[in-house]
Every structure is written in structure tokens, then in C-alpha cells.
Design a protein around this ligand. Structure first.
Ligand SMILES: [Zn+2]
Ligand SMILES: [Zn+2]
Length: 322
């Protein structure tokens, strides 16, 4: 377990503290942290591995496949690399592993009877093409003036400000679409596919029903309405494409080399996979606290969720009786 109790971003804590919020922002964006590296990746992807807007004026397979290829390489390196490092070669054994049970084999729950094969299949056959299509749609929109393009040179304050907002917007969107996915029959039809993974590995991040992939990336739709740049879109997409595998990797800190380790695991979301009815959002959304579903990882958090379950159960029984 990481240091407990888990703490959410201070932006939404009352009373509001500007110092705490700025401190959190400096820490989360500091060089060589995951978020900083994601931003570097987004800038590199836009500069060298994204077709020009000129080419994106019409939907053509060639430029769309170039984006798909770039995303495929990223997924293979991140999810595949972490899987090899942590689960095949077991480079750090169970050190900082949230749940030491092995990933599931020979089980009818998963497609192909194997958790990793199931997870890989839905990542590559569902998430990759759907996430890529969302990105292509936005590029096409910038190229044709359906989305307002703003460059760093034109408005650096807005450009940087929006970059800081992107993860908060993405977390906000994630909470609401994810919370909806836990309502029947949507849970049974779609989201339960993701929850087959009680113990998760890097490939579990995108192991979802393809309908859910459509919603996962739908936060990109906001760039039709907000003046932005393709780098914002790519960065937002990377928050799913890369953070999906890293947050589900099952290890809190991953030692990538002898001298460099990164905090990649997400204990808050790990608890969501374990209990299913808490921690629907991210560290940067207030909604779990507002609606009483925030589990901070401590025994007090266990009790809070148990009480909430009992209340919901009693409410349901009352409704049935009346
Ligand atoms: Zn998950
Ligand atoms: Zn869920």
C-alpha cells in the first residue's frame, strides 16, 4: 500500500488554499513525472508523427493509418513493455505490487480463457482504432475550420492555461461517464467487461467493451467548442492511451532503470477494481467526496463504503416495499 490515507487534489477542498493547489500543480507537472513526460510525448507526436492539417482536410486512409501506427507503437511500448518488465521478467518481483495474485489463466470469464489475451485483444481491436478515429475527427475539424485553432504564438496564456485544465477536464468527464456505466443495464451490457479484471495488469487499462471506448475518448469532443491546438487534443488522448496501461499496471512505483523509477500505479482506481462501488473518479475530481464514495484506502474508508452500501440497500428495499 502507498502512504495512506489517499489524498485528492486540493483544488476542490474547503477552505480553498491557493498555496496547496499551486504546490500540487508544481509537483504533478514537475520534470520527469508521468504528466510531464506525457506532455513531451504529445509535443513529439504532433511535431514528428502527426500528418499536417493540409493532408487532414479530407478523410483519407493514408494519414489516418499513420496516426493509428503511431498509437500502436505507443501502446506496444507502454502496455507491452510494462507487461514484459513486471509480469514476464518480474524485474521487481512483488515489490510495490498492489495485489500479488497472478493474472488469470484458464478461466471462462475472459475471452480466449486468458486475462492477458482478452485484455490485449480489446486494447488493440477496440481502443486503438476508436481512440485514433476520435483524434482523426478533431484533426479534420481543425483543417476545415469546424474547430477553432489557437497557437502558442497567438495566445501563450490560453495555450498553457488550457494545458493545465486538460487533465482536470478529462477527470471530470471520466467520473460522469464511468459513474453512468455503473447504472444498470449499462453495467451489465458494457462496463462489466472492464470489471472482469479484479486484479489488473498494464493491458487491463483498455480492456473494455468497444461502446465504452467510444465514451472513454469522447472528452475530446470539447475541442470542437473550445479554441485549442492539436497538441491539446493529442495530450488529452494520451491521458487515456498511455495512462490507461500505466494506472492499471498494478505496481505503485515502477523501476524503469537502475537509477530511475516512476510512480505509475493508481491505488485509488485499484480500490475501485477491488470493491466496484467506490472511487469512480480520479484524484482531480471532487465527486467521489461529494457523493460519499471516496475510499481513502484506510479501515475508516472500508467502514464508510460498508455504511454506504447498507444505506443504499435499505433505500432500495424501502422503494420495493412501497
Ligand atoms: Zn479500470
Ligand atoms: Zn467501474
Amino acid at each position: 500500500m502507498p502512504a495512506l490515507p489517499l489524498k485528492q487534489a486540493p483544488y476542490f477542498e474547503l477552505p480553498f488554499s491557493l498555496g496547496d493547489s499551486l504546490g500540487y500543480l508544481f509537483n504533478i507537472w514537475r520534470p520527469f513525472n508521468q504528466r510531464f513526460l506525457l506532455l513531451m510525448l504529445a509535443i513529439a507526436a504532433w511535431t514528428w508523427f502527426t500528418p499536417s492539417l493540409e493532408r487532414a482536410r479530407h478523410f483519407e486512409l493514408d494519414w489516418m493509418l499513420e496516426i493509428a501506427l503511431r498509437n500502436l507503437v505507443i501502446v506496444l511500448v507502454v502496455a507491452g513493455g510494462l507487461h514484459l518488465l513486471l509480469f514476464t521478467f518480474r524485474r521487481q518481483g512483488d515489490d510495490e505490487h498492489y495485489d500479488a495474485r497472478p493474472l488469470v489463466k484458464n478461466s471462462k470469464i475472459f475471452h480466449f480463457g486468458n486475462q492477458v489475451w482478452d485484455n490485449m485483444f480489446w486494447t488493440l481491436a477496440g481502443s486503438l482504432p476508436i481512440g485514433t478515429l476520435w483524434e482523426c475527427l478533431l484533426l479534420w475539424a481543425y483543417a476545415n475550420g469546424h474547430a477553432t485553432l489557437v497557437t502558442f504564438a497567438e495566445n501563450p496564456v490560453w495555450f498553457i492555461g488550457l494545458m493545465l485544465i486538460v487533465p482536470i477536464w478529462s477527470g471530470f468527464h471520466f467520473y460522469w461517464y464511468h459513474r453512468l456505466g455503473h447504472v444498470e443495464p449499462l453495467y451489465r451490457w458494457f462496463h462489466s467487461w472492464h470489471h472482469k479484471n479484479v486484479n489488473t495488469g498494464p493491458w487491463s487499462g483498455h480492456a473494455m467493451h468497444p461502446v465504452e471506448h467510444l465514451f472513454l475518448y469522447s472528452d475530446l469532443a470539447i475541442y470542437f467548442f473550445v479554441a485549442s491546438h492539436p497538441v491539446h487534443v493529442i495530450f488529452n488522448a494520451m491521458l487515456h492511451t498511455v495512462t490507461g496501461p500505466t494506472s492499471h499496471c498494478g505496481y505503485h512505483r515502477v523501476r524503469l532503470t537502475r537509477f530511475f523509477s516512476l510512480q505509475l500505479g493508481d491505488f485509488m482506481h485499484q480500490l475501485h477494481h477491488r470493491y466496484c462501488d467506490c472511487n469512480y473518479g480520479s484524484y482531480e475530481t471532487p465527486w467521489d467526496k461529494v457523493f460519499g464514495s471516496f475510499h481513502d484506502g484506510t479501515p475508516a474508508g472500508d467502514q464508510l463504503i460498508k455504511n454506504r452500501r447498507r444505506q443504499l440497500f435499505e433505500k432500495k428495499n424501502q422503494t420495493v416495499r412501497t
